[in-house]
Every structure is written in structure tokens, then in C-alpha cells.
Design a protein around this ligand. Structure first.
Ligand code: C2E
Ligand code: SIN
Ligand code: SIN
Ligand code: SIN
Ligand code: FE
Ligand code: FE
Length: 383
């Protein structure tokens, strides 16, 4: 939000003080909007509050409705402390929306001295302001504690000014909470579903984990930024999810598949693709691509679409290398594991045929790193 709209909404008068305040706001706005570590972000918000109103300390409380509690996400001199949701000034503010300007905490029955007891600090004056999510719901409280200088009391103007920090806190934390919950939810769904696929096809233990790790390694070696490569890694365990729809008589057949059976088996790619393609979630969209394209071949002779070369998404090309390297080195109901030299000579032969030549080169040049992953996740060992 532009600072001018914050300033006007807060009725800051055109004084030297407002010049100083705008300076402080500018400085912190930049720091806070680029921060991706929640602890550092909250500490920046606390520093902002402290400078805005000359408080000794500031702290940020978040409401946890499921646990009916409030907890300190961060701030000056606070560990992670949890109190009942209706307790203390923060609880009062979160429950009622009230903005508090307290002169002497210990003379107020709403005060919860838990934090003082745990930290050995002595709270006297307190400002406490609620902050909201985009829907206007209160999600926490911002506190400034102990005014420095003067008569050690916060003014009505301090309360107004602190709303700037509080407002920022609501916006930043909401963005942060949403981002994290989304990623956590997506990861959970994907790992769960990947495990279902794995158990159906009886591919032993660590197949999806190893393929995810090989894929991540190849993506990094190729120079794909780590943040992107990580999303790819989280989506990778889904590549064979479509196998859940393949009948046991085919999936678990000890011998070679007939042409008809293999045609059915090939549908595991499009089935997986159809499961995910309707989702707007980023990780599931990546999963849709991987499921669809991990059996395409560089020379165009793969399935389901017969895409060729760079028309195949890079994630499909990478997964193809990772998946086949792992499948060849593993026992399957239909085959025994191959020795390493046979695998590397197969990968070399298929350079530019089944596989993207660049990826085979990276794989061979960094073979030791792939072997380390393989040795770390040996089938049959404990997870
Ligand atoms: P999968 O077992 O995970 O194998 C993945 C890919 O690794 C295969 O894709 C293939 O490219 C490669 N691969 C695995 N084993 C061998 C091998 O012995 N020789 C060679 N040259 N490549 C191998 P593909 O062929 O598209 O198969 C997809 C899936 O279909 C396999 O996944 C497996 O679940 C099933 N499948 C393929 N062939 C047979 C078979 O003869 N019998 C049974 N029961 N299932 C098969
Ligand atoms: C509270 O009563 O909200 C806690 C006050 C403090 O942090 O000292
Ligand atoms: C997973 O996301 O659990 C698979 C990759 C890994 O083992 O870290
Ligand atoms: C990438 O997606 O960053 C790699 C592009 C490519 O190799 O096709
Ligand atoms: Fe597959
Ligand atoms: Fe696979």
C-alpha cells in the first residue's frame, strides 16, 4: 500500500514528527515486504512499532482458534508463549476489537503476568491494537510495552501511529499464513497420494522418494532455481499415481505384458493427468504435467502423445531419466534389478533417443551423487 494512503488514513498531522514517522515507515516497509523468514519479518514489525512510538518492546500475538489460545509469534524479549484466548490485554483486544492504552498494567485486572513471570520483565504501560485479515476478521494483536522517556505513558497519538505497524502486521502475517498453509496442505496431499500409488503397484519402499531426489538433483544441476526445483520435487511422487486405476492382473503380472495389457498400462499417464489438471493449485498442476509426460521420449516415440524434444516439458524429461534409472536398478514383479554398469551403458545408448542428451550428460558427470541417494534409500531398510 502506498505510504500516502496509510498516512492519510491515520490522520498524521503535517509536523516534523510526521516527517520522522514517514522516514521510519519507508525504511521498514522495504525490509518487511522482502522478508521471507517469519521470525525475521515479525522482528522487523516489532522494531517498526518500537521506533514509531518509542516503546521499550513490541510483541505480536496471533490467535489460534482451534486451540482457543493466543501465542507470541515474535517480538522483543519474548519466547514462544501461549495463553488462553480470552486472557490478558491481547485476549481482550482479540475478543472485543478494543484498542487499549494502559497506564499501569498491574493495576488492571485484565493483565496476564505470564510473560513477565517467564522473562523477569516488568510491564508498566501498554498499547494493544487488533489486526485483521483481508476479510476484516481479527487474527491477532500488536502490543507496545513501556513508553520510553517523558512521563512513561503512551499518548492517543501513539495509539494512532501504532496502527500503522499493526496494519502491516495483519497484512504480512496473513500473506505468510496463507502461503505456508497452502504449501503444507499441498505437500500433505501429494505425499499421501504418492504412497497410495506406491502401495498399489507394490513398488518397494523408496521408489517415489528416490525419484523425487534424483529429479531435484537433475533440476538443480540444470540450473533451475531452487525454489522451482523444490516444487518439482514435492510434485514428483505423483508421477505414477494413475497406476491406482490399473487392474492387479496387469500391474502385478510376474511376466511380460501382452500388447493389449501394455496399452492399458500406458493409460496411467493420462489418468494421472486427468486427476490433477482441473486443480488450480500450483503443485498439483506440476504433478499433472509430470504424470502426463514422464513416458514421452526425446525421439518422439514415447506415450501418450508422442511429443518430441523440447516440446516435452523439462519436468517430464527429467522425470523420465530419474524414473528409468530407478526402475532399472530395482526388482520389479516382472524383472530383476540390473547391475550398475548395465544401467549406465543403457542410459548412454539412449542419449538422444529415449532421453534428453543434456540430461544424460549431467547424469553421467554426476553419477556419484545419484549413487549416494540410491545408497541412502535402499529398499527394505527402515524409513
Ligand atoms: P516401472 O516398472 O516403474 O518402469 C518405468 C520405466 O522404466 C519403464 O517404462 C521403462 O522405460 C523402464 N524400464 C523398467 N524396466 C525395464 C527393463 O527391464 N528394460 C528396459 N529397457 N526398460 C525398463 P514403461 O516401459 O513405459 O513401463 C511403464 C510401467 O508399466 C512400468 O513402470 C511397469 O509398472 C509396467 N510394465 C512395463 N513392462 C512390464 C512388464 O513386462 N510386466 C509388468 N507386470 N509390468 C510392466
Ligand atoms: C497481556 O496481558 O496481554 C500480556 C502483556 C505482556 O506481554 O506483558
Ligand atoms: C518427499 O517429498 O517426501 C519425497 C522426497 C524426499 O524424500 O525428501
Ligand atoms: C527450464 O524450464 O528452466 C529449462 C528449459 C528447458 O531446458 O527446456
Ligand atoms: Fe510411469
Ligand atoms: Fe515410476
Amino acid at each position: 500500500m502506498p505510504y500516502s494512503s496509510i498516512a492519510s488514513s491515520m490522520n498524521i498531522r503535517a509536523t516534523n514528527d510526521s516527517d520522522r514517522l514517514l522516514g521510519v515507515i519507508f525504511e521498514y516497509m522495504t525490509k518487511i515486504t522482502v522478508e521471507t523468514d517469519i521470525k525475521k519479518m515479525v522482528m522487523n514489525l516489532a522494531d517498526l512499532g518500537k521506533e514509531l512510538v518509542y516503546a521499550d518492546r513490541c510483541s505480536v500475538w496471533l490467535h489460534n482458534p482451534e486451540e482457543r489460545s493466543l501465542w507470541t509469534v515474535g517480538g522483543h524479549g519474548v519466547q514462544k508463549i501461549s495463553i488462553p484466548e480470552d486472557s490478558g490485554f491481547a485476549g481482550h483486544t482479540v475478543q472485543t476489537g478494543a484498542e487499549l492504552n494502559i497506564q499501569d498494567a498491574y493495576k488492571d485486572e485484565r493483565f496476564n503476568p505470564t510473560v513477565d513471570k517467564e522473562t523477569g520483565y516488568r510491564t508498566v504501560s501498554v498499547l494493544c491494537i487488533p489486526f485483521h485479515n483481508a476479510e476484516g476478521k481479527i487474527i491477532g494483536a500488536f502490543q507496545a510495552i513501556n513508553k520510553l522517556g517523558g512521563n512513561k505513558q503512551f499518548t492517543a497519538h501513539d495509539l494512532d501511529v501504532l496502527k500503522i505497524a499493526s496494519n502491516f502486521t495483519g497484512k504480512s502475517l496473513e500473506a505468510f499464513i496463507l502461503r505456508n498453509e497452502l504449501v503444507e496442505t499441498q505437500k500433505e496431499i501429494i505425499v499421501t497420494m504418492g504412497e497410495i500409488g506406491e502401495s498399489r503397484s507394490q513398488e518397494t519402499g523408496f521408489h517415489v522418494k528416490r525419484v523425487a531426489k534424483y529429479s531435484f538433483l537433475l533440476a538443480c544441476l540444470l540450473g533451475i532455481p531452487e525454489s522451482e526445483a523444490l516444487k518439482f520435487k514435492y510434485a514428483s511422487p505423483m508421477h505414477d499415481i494413475g497406476k491406482v486405476a490399473i487392474p492387479d492382473s496387469i500391474l502385478l503380472k510376474p511376466g511380460k505384458l501382452t500388447e493389449e495389457e501394455f496399452n492399458l498400462m500406458k493409460q496411467h499417464t493420462t489418468i494421472g493427468h486427468n486427476v490433477f489438471k482441473k486443480s488450480n493449485r500450483e503443485l498439483l498442476q506440476i504433478a499433472a504435467i509430470i504424470a502426463n509426460e514422464h513416458h514421452e521420449r526425446w525421439d518422439g516415440k514415447g506415450y501418450p502423445a508422442g511429443k518430441k524434444g523440447e516440446d516435452i516439458h523439462i519436468y517430464g524429461r527429467i522425470t523420465a531419466v530419474a524414473d528409468v534409472f530407478d526402475a532399472l536398478g530395482s526388482d520389479r514383479v516382472y524383472k530383476k534389478a540390473w547391475p550398475l554398469e548395465k544401467i549406465t551403458s543403457y542410459m548412454t545408448d539412449e542419449r538422444g533417443k529415449q532421453f534428453d542428451p543434456r540430461l544424460v550428460d549431467l547424469f553421467l558427470e554426476n553419477l556419484d551423487q545419484f549413487i549416494s541417494i540410491r545408497d541412502e534409500f535402499v529398499d527394505g531398510s527402515d524409513e
